[in-house]
Design a protein around this ligand. Structure first.
Ligand SMILES: [Zn+2]
Length: 73
């Protein structure tokens, strides 16, 4: 299942398997399909659209690390 995140009123979607974050649900779904079929590898064709990744912390919380800064409204 693709996870939905809301950060500063922007919606992001992450692949539950590899944790890559996309700003389109379409790419998150494609990533998850790929990750299911090819465990442990990532498709460059898909992951190049990632905007960041999810970090799970020991206390059970998760945060998103973004590759680049967004100008949030
Ligand atoms: Zn993935």
């Amino acid at each position: 299942m693709v996870n939905k995140h809301i950060v500063a009123n922007e919606v992001f979607y992450s692949c539950e398997i590899c944790g890559l974050v996309y700003n389109s649900m379409e790419y998150a779904k494609r990533c998850e399909e790929y990750c299911k079929q090819h465990p442990g590898t990532c498709s460059l064709e898909i992951s190049k659209y990632a905007v960041g990744y999810v970090v799970r912390e020991n206390n059970g919380l998760s945060k998103i690390v973004f590759y680049k800064l967004f100008s949030f409204k």
